[in-house]
Design a binder for this molecule. Structure first.
Ligand SMILES: Cc1cc2nc3c(=O)[nH]c(=O)nc-3n(C[C@H](O)[C@H](O)[C@H](O)COP(=O)(O)O)c2cc1C
Length: 238
């Protein structure tokens, strides 16, 4: 199996240690590709909208974004990690997710996403773990992923991994290992089930594309939906 990990920080802090605990059980069973932000996607989206209008290869940062996309599409399991920074995902994570705006369902979602599985790991000192996870989950669900597990934690004490109490570390490890076992025992030959809400979002976007296509049949997003057969009877899920 293939796992792609995208870390919202390069620091070897608490987030790093939690991610390592989660990956431990996969080390000798999976091919793991890791990215660390901002190193692996260092520039912000400048809002040129070239990706929406002319295609993702026209992005000034295509070199980084396409490398990430290739690994994301190849993965059976996606893992996203981030500490809470002022109640949200790190700026580096947000900057990376902005680059994938063109993969949101109202634009050009990748068909493969509808069968993928993802795990989000977030933590904070006292509050913001859930809004941080939501920042990431919003993108993943609008990319078409239905099967998303969230492991979020509040440290409520020291923020250095080494100084955390045994009890705190143990409770976090338990949750991470339980989630890891779930994904270790998953049959990846079968795509994840696409949720009803994801299908509803897709249907709404399909209507949008059909209307946009009537106004301009050369519109990049409409052409994409049409080529996939999604404006007709074809669907990206089984
Ligand atoms: C810029 C910044 C903003 C932060 N904002 C929050 C916050 O809103 N809520 C919170 O509980 N902790 C906040 N923290 C604390 C971190 O979430 C916490 O220390 C976390 O364990 C850091 O993870 P790391 O060791 O992986 O870097 C913030 C830390 C930084 C550096």
């Amino acid at each position: 199996m293939k796992i792609t990990v995208i870390n919202g920080t390069e620091k070897h802090g608490v987030t790093y240690h939690l991610k390592e605990i989660f990956l431990e059980k996969f080390r000798d069973k999976a091919e793991i590709t890791e990215f660390c932000l901002p190193k692996d996607c260092p520039s912000f989206c400048c809002g040129c909208t070239m990706c929406f209008l002319e295609g993702e290869k026209k992005c000034k940062d295509a070199e980084y974004v396409q490398k990430l996309e290739k690994a994301i599409l190849a993965a059976d399991l996606l893992v996203f990690t981030s500490p809470a920074y002022v109640f949200h995902a790190t700026g580096a994570m947000k900057a990376m997710l902005d680059h994938f705006g063109y993969r949101w369902m109202p634009h050009r979602p990748a068909g493969e996403m509808f069968g993928k599985r993802a795990v989000i790991i977030t933590q904070c000192l006292g509050a913001g773990d859930s809004s941080t996870a939501k920042d990431i989950k919003d993108s993943l669900s609008w990319w078409g992923i239905s099967c998303i597990s969230v492991c979020r934690f509040k440290l409520m004490g020291d923020i250095s991994w080494e100084k955390l109490s045994e009890k705190k570390r143990w409770s976090m490890e338990e949750k991470l290992k339980k989630t890891a076992v779930k994904y270790l025992e998953t049959d990846y030959t079968k795509p994840a089930r696409t949720k009803f809400t994801t299908k509803c979002k897709f249907r709404a976007c399909r209507l949008l594309q059909k209307n946009l296509g009537k106004a301009d049949p050369k519109y990049t997003d409409y052409k994409y939906w049409n080529e996939k057969g999604w404006t007709g009877r074809v669907r990206p899920w089984k």
